[in-house]
Unconditional design. Structure first.
Length: 656
């Protein structure tokens, strides 16, 4: 016994603390574990009878933020110095305290040096692209530290389907919904490396689309560990670092599912779907065509979209950024229906020349989508049949008298058979759906270019937004208060700028109000013709009511009553001197063609409310010098009478 250990020490309880840093060490480094437990014999030799072994911290590292409850309990209860295999130390003696301090400092330095060398070697290996910790789903790690595609063709086709669908849809969530809609599964790596097919989640699709490994690029150091505190306890959280801070990024390091340029385009599309400053956000189901594409000309901020009305279907764009940030007056605000319609018309004019080609491509893509779903189901069926055959073999190999095992194997076999039956039914249904799509015939799209305007209103809102975002970079907008117009400057992707002016809706107007052109035409036509004739003139000029109906006598009457336009009166017409073109030409004694030609040359004043409507003259405007000169020239040019006189004889050419 050491002279440092006395009777009062032996009367106390001895505590033996056993710990290894990781679960791997607990499972494989058994010699260290046995050596630590053997310290009990050392304590018995020193004279202790009551020994408590604290081993609840096995597998917990001393580094980091893990809580070691065993160590905390030991520190709270220890009352004697430390004991190792070589020496007994008493903290009361200065020499022992010095030795313990030196040994602790040397051990700490040695561990820190080993850790630093190990991490530096790990970084250098990663910079060369030779450090592969784990292979993501769709890849296998070879013995020489390389990545190869998974030999399972079903896994490869599933990964490719994710990239193909995103390229066609352009949204991570919509890609996920496509897989869920068709009931397709995606592979996932389990902790032991086996592949398990699961119902996809948003995180699964997002990780596949954003992992550089699928672009054939080796990447390391994408995340860093950040420590934060919750309820006073330290917690670890991984945080993604910017790409310029990654430790290694080596393109073309292995075979990818897409090339690096395509992968970069996917990342730009995903970042563009974020609803942050400088991004338009992903296309959604709202009817607003210009959401995320409008920029205020006055303060250069993005306009905000609001849906108003009882059914939240009336869209309105506004810019309040200056007022929110600096207390300045609000910039602009306007209803978005007319602006969206003007942009849609401009887009259709650009798209129409390539409409036939685009329609053929769309038909072919739809056929490919249906074929892709069918191929995925057939691969699932092949895997399900293999699983059913394997379950049958396991059931046949089991002892039939051991019902505990046989019943479980029989249940697995039945479950596999039900899966096969389900997939066969879905394949049959999908085959019928694919067969309903006729082959592409270019002649059936011959009239598509002229039908785009009728197809556009019924098209899906997300599709229309994707078309607009493909063609237009942004639209700079302002409001011209002097002319009450919305000024839209379209910045096309090719660099061309186009300015469009849209009449702004005045106070009191709604989406079903009658156009100003029709109201002004009625106000002028009522001088010379009744409501029934006015209705026909409006219909000939393709003017409709606010609800898109044809004009009738009753609707013209209702319009006049609403806008306080007086009814047609022949007495007032005669008193005020209003005439048509025929009446005016007869009044001055010239032909209607001669008078119309003079009016078109701005020599005689007249009103023409609509292109396919009557001319309106006033008697007072037909008595000036210009009219007298016109009549004189017309009579001077008339060398022969247009109507035979009574003195002119007629030649009888009859043979009877």
């Amino acid at each position: 016994m050491s002279d440092k250990i006395r009777a009062q020490h032996l009367a106390r309880k001895a505590m033996l603390y056993v710990r290894q840093s990781s679960a791997y060490q607990v499972s494989h480094n058994l010699e260290s574990q046995k050596l630590q437990y053997a310290m009990q014999d050392r304590l018995h030799q020193l004279g202790w009878n009551e020994i408590e072994v604290i081993d609840e911290d096995l597998g917990r590292s001393a580094a980091g933020t893990q809580t070691r409850t065993g160590f905390e309990r030991m520190v709270a209860e220890v009352c004697l110095g430390l004991v190792d295999q070589e020496t007994v130390y008493s903290p009361r003696q200065s020499n022992d305290r010095l030795l313990l301090g030196l040994k602790g400092s040397l051990n700490e330095y040695e561990l820190d040096l080993l850790r630093q060398r190990s991490l530096e070697a790990r970084r250098e290996k990663a910079k060369r692209g030779e450090l592969i910790v784990a292979a993501p789903v769709g890849y296998c790690k070879t013995e020489d530290q390389r990545l190869e595609k998974d030999p399972d063709l079903r896994v490869q086709d599933a990964i490719r389907s994710v990239f193909r669908q995103f390229g066609a849809i352009g949204s991570v969530r919509q890609t996920l919904l496509w897989f869920l809609e068709h009931g397709l599964q995606l592979p996932a790596c389990m902790p032991r490396g086996e592949i398990q097919w699961k119902r996809p989640s948003y995180g699964t699709v997002y990780r596949i689309l954003t992992n550089p490994i699928y672009g054939g690029t080796y990447a390391y150091g994408k995340t860093e560990c950040a420590i934060h505190y919750e309820a006073g306890e330290p917690r670890k959280r991984d945080r993604r670092k910017p790409r310029d801070q990654w430790l290694a990024l080596i393109p073309n390091a292995h075979e990818g599912y897409v090339d690096w340029d395509e992968f970069e385009r996917i990342q730009c599309a995903i970042s563009g779907n974020l609803r942050l400053a400088g991004h338009a956000g992903a296309p959604k189901n709202g009817e607003a065509l210009l959401a995320g594409r409008l920029r205020c000309r006055r303060c250069a901020s993005k306009l905000t979209l609001h849906y108003t009305g009882n059914r939240h279907d009336a869209l309105r764009y506004s810019c309040h950024r200056g007022w929110m940030d600096k207390g300045q007056p609000r910039c602009i605000a306007f209803g978005g229906t007319r602006a969206d319609a003007a942009i849609a018309e401009a887009v259709l004019q650009v798209v129409q020349p390539a409409a036939i080609e685009a329609a053929i491509v769309a038909r072919e893509e739809e056929t490919l989508k249906q074929d892709e779903v069918l191929a995925a189901l057939q691969r699932d069926l092949q895997a399900a049949r293999y699983a059913a055959q394997r379950a049958q073999k396991q059931y046949d190999a089991a002892d039939p008298e051991n019902r505990l095992v046989a019943d479980e194997l029989e249940r697995r076999w039945n479950h596999a058979l039900l899966r096969v039956e389900e997939l066969e039914s879905r394949i049959e249904q999908q085959s019928r759906t694919s067969g309903q799509i006729p082959p592409t015939q270019p002649e059936e799209f011959a009239d598509l270019a002229t039908a785009l305007e009728s197809i556009w209103p019924q098209a899906d809102a997300r599709l229309k937004k994707r078309i607009v975002r493909t063609l237009i970079h942004e639209v700079v907008v302002d409001v011209d208060d002097a002319t009450s117009e919305i000024v839209l400057v379209i910045h096309w992707k090719g660099g061309v700028h186009t300015e469009i002016r849209v009449p702004r809706r005045r106070r009191g107007e709604n989406t079903t109000h009658t156009s100003r052109e029709a109201i002004d035409a009625v106000r002028q036509l009522v001088r010379i013709c009744p409501d029934l004739v006015i209705a026909g003139v409006l219909n000939r000029n393709d003017l409709r009511t606010g609800r898109g109906n044809f004009w009738t006598q009753e609707r013209v009457t209702a319009l006049r009553s609403h806008h306080q336009i007086p009814v047609y009166s022949s007495e007032r017409r005669a008193a005020e001197g209003w005439m048509t073109l025929t009446e005016a030409s007869a009044f001055i004694g010239v032909s209607p063609g001669t008078l119309r030609l003079a009016v078109e040359r701005n020599k005689i004043p007249a009103e023409h409310p609509l292109p396919n409507g009557p001319w309106i003259f006033n008697r007072a405007s037909l008595t000036g010098d210009a009219v007298t000169e016109l009549v004189g020239r017309a009579r001077a040019r008339r060398g022969h009478p247009t109507i035979p006189t009574t003195q002119q004889g007629s030649l009888d050419l009859s043979t009877t």
